[in-house]
Design a protein around this ligand. Sequence first.
Ligand code: NAD
Length: 328
Amino acid sequence: MAGVIKVAVLGAGGLGKACAAVIAKKKQMRLVAICDKEGYAYLPNGLDADAISRVKIGGTVGDLECGKQVADSIGEIVGISKEIDGIFIALPNLPNDFMFNVVKRFISADYKGCFTDALKRTTAMEMMFGLYDPLKQVKSTYITGCGATPGLLTAAAVIAAQSFIEVENVNIWWGVGIANWEEYKATIREDIAHLPGWTVDTALSMSDEKVEDFLDKTNGILELHEMEHADDLLLERIGVVDSRDKVTVGGIMDTRNAKKPVSTTMTLTGITFDGKRSSHRFILGDETGMAANVIGPALGYLKRALWLNQHEIYGIYGSTEFMPCVVR
Ligand code: NAD
């Protein structure tokens, strides 16, 4: 792949800032644009990840020396999109069609590049797959579900499935620890939306104070079971399971402690050709935090999307359909 890949990140929250920090350590990628709700920054020669990391929660990248405060920062990135090879979408997906509508704006502007996201909800991803034809028409390539789960763990399930004639079930159980919920506001609101009695809309309508009151009552812990997670759709789509209800996702989020409350595992159980039932288990190292396990795959798949685009393969695909590349 010739040349440095020019990347834009939509969203300068927890994952957006982590993405800037990871790209700063890569030779093959350069972060040229980033935006948040209040502003954006664009520098063709590359943005300074340290300066981005110093933007405080509640501040804006529009305040950076090269930044601009604007009402429609995504519109500004759409405006410069001809200068961008690949986009990682680190926006909240609240409401459920938020990212879908953002991508449509790039399609309307005839953007001919690549995208990855760390989308989580099955219904949101189903909507995103509906953009196959429009993306193909503009010659863009999109890989969806490129975070930790779906993403890293779902891809591991595809590899694990190779030992079996029949896959009986896939169980993902994640543990995430963060020191402060405000560093990852969208992640926490979206997790609350998975709790019994909550919806995406009720979680979206919560003020920050309400989220804090809620977390006070649970001692900062969110335990989630039977989540509506697109790992099921992605594994059904390529035939690892014949029915998505064989995939279960849950986990524990500690919003007051950076240490993982439990290890993250993906366990796939199946029957071999000679009739043996067994399980493969993929365990993430406890020291690898959420940001490392989301941003690594998101960028690895972005490089894969570029490779596909250069081979004239356009449209939208899932993270279970291709291996991520390694970004050096
Ligand atoms: P965050 O709340 O920390 O950051 C979101 C950013 O988006 C903020 O900078 C905010 O200002 C910006 N934003 C919001 N509305 C905007 C708009 N209209 N225009 C421009 N910018 C806007 O979020 P986060 O915790 O970093 O999570 C980002 C996404 O990643 C979420 O959707 C979350 O669910 C997802 N996620 C996926 C995984 C996975 O493994 N698949 C794991 C963690 C998070």
